[in-house]
Design a protein around this ligand. Sequence first.
Ligand SMILES: *[C@@H]1O[C@H](CO)[C@@H](O)[C@H](O)[C@H]1NC(C)=O
Ligand SMILES: *[C@@H]1O[C@H](CO)[C@@H](O)[C@H](O)[C@H]1NC(C)=O
Ligand SMILES: *[C@@H]1O[C@H](CO)[C@@H](O)[C@H](O)[C@H]1NC(C)=O
Ligand SMILES: *[C@@H]1O[C@H](CO)[C@@H](O)[C@H](O)[C@H]1NC(C)=O
Length: 473
Amino acid sequence: MESSYFCVFKGARLFLSLQILMICFMHKGHTYGVEGKITSRTASISSLLPSPSCSPSTSKASSRKSTLEVIHKHGPCSHIVQGPNPVNHTKLLLQDESRVQWIQSQSSNRGDGLEGSAVARIPARSGITIGTGNYVVTIGLGTPKKDLTLTFDTGSPLTWTQCEPCIGSCYNQSEPLFNPSQSSSYANISCTSTSCSQLGRSGCSGSTCLYFIRYGDQSTTAGFFATEKLTLTPTAVIDNFEFGCGENNQGLFRGAAGLMGLSDDKISIVQQTAAKYGKYFSYCLPSSPSSTGYLTFGKDGGASSSVSFTPLSKIPQGAEFYGISIEGISVGGNRLSIPSTVFSSGGAIIDSGTVITRLPPTAYSAMRDAFRAAMANYTRAPAIGLFDTCYDFSKESTFVVPFITFSFAGGVEVNLDLSGIFYFIKDSQICLAFAANRADSDLGIYGNTQQRTFDVVYDVAGGKLGFGSNGCS
Ligand SMILES: *[C@@H]1O[C@H](CO)[C@@H](O)[C@H](O)[C@H]1NC(C)=O
Ligand SMILES: *[C@@H]1O[C@H](CO)[C@@H](O)[C@H](O)[C@H]1NC(C)=O
Ligand SMILES: *[C@@H]1O[C@H](CO)[C@@H](O)[C@H](O)[C@H]1NC(C)=O
Ligand SMILES: *[C@@H]1O[C@H](CO)[C@@H](O)[C@H](O)[C@H]1NC(C)=O
């Protein structure tokens, strides 16, 4: 085999064990604006502490046959072994920044003569990036099937898992490694096949197709491009599913057995299952790591009527990402006066793996200023990492938070859940969970914190993205 595909990537390995402690608010009351419109809600502090135990969401999707349970990798519902380090938000936020820079480097919104823009310095510097997303699903692979927990990622094309005998190396994962020699349904893909040529980076070992993915300067996976029987649920089985059998895997995937690629690309699970599921999937990310959500393939009974749709678009040169158009933001029911060109110059994508939404700086400042004005009666706390607007709620029993509503093209209004507004560091430091890009022309990203509790529907064939409220809790 070609040694270049299986060289061992040395370099600082960063091992993280992070628990995102999110706020579990009690939705106690609402505040009414002058016109009688609900513009804010009252939240209780007593429920701020992250729950140490798992209480799975009883979501309406759980009865659908092609539905997987979505779990936060570092929460109490996860069986993924936590490392020796305690909660470290600094690391998590740095890692998130890394992913954002990687994504922005993949899109065309680079250059523009913007010397200081984030994308110019990537991808070499921080390396961690994509694949480190924090929501996982458990699938079955092979015959007999082996359960494997994969990070799911709308920003990645190929689905892969670590494979024995780990010719290069494998990182520690919670479940036993997948061993293709013990599966009767495993087959290598030929080097001369169309599938092999559809891989961005491929190679050959004899007549066997090899894949290689470098997510950043440290996260990589390489191995055999192969087919297997993929069992999503006992009643949703996909034969001859093309995946990466990773023989050399490095980086921050730690704990999870690999990654499920949900981007809009020929080799992604979305395209591979097009005949069965019509390039249609949806998920709900729970409000906290101590709850669970779902990932469903296909319409299977149809989207609930409460889902409203905005057009999906392609980001030039970042074709696999799901582009969306943000048109405005309201705080406390008031639409901020942000010129539409602020959002359109850089464009935006929705991503399941980016934790914190990145906005054009002009839009971010307007939102932050309005939020600060509405929260003027509360004690501010020091800024941390990406966050410049934090509050000390340690002496409050309840507090009133203005609604934050995103307007997307097509008249879609998404009124964020409370878990999508604040990032909990500790009760004396609770931060507005948004960050600014460096320039308005940088690609915006609608991140997973802001997607919490919504039924997020990807109708890829129909070219639209839906948001439905109360998808999960
Ligand atoms: C968090 O992680 C960073 C990077 O590894 C480290 O420098 C820092 O000391 C950690 N902080 C805490 C509070 O553990
Ligand atoms: C991986 O797991 C093995 C066996 O459980 C353990 O000895 C080793 O220290 C782990 N490595 C890391 C980097 O955590
Ligand atoms: C797949 O290809 C590798 C490398 O050529 C080989 O070692 C392995 O036996 C093959 N597996 C099957 C099931 O053909
Ligand atoms: C702050 O508190 C004062 C006194 O209770 C109240 O009149 C005012 O409306 C509050 N301001 C905001 C922005 O809530």
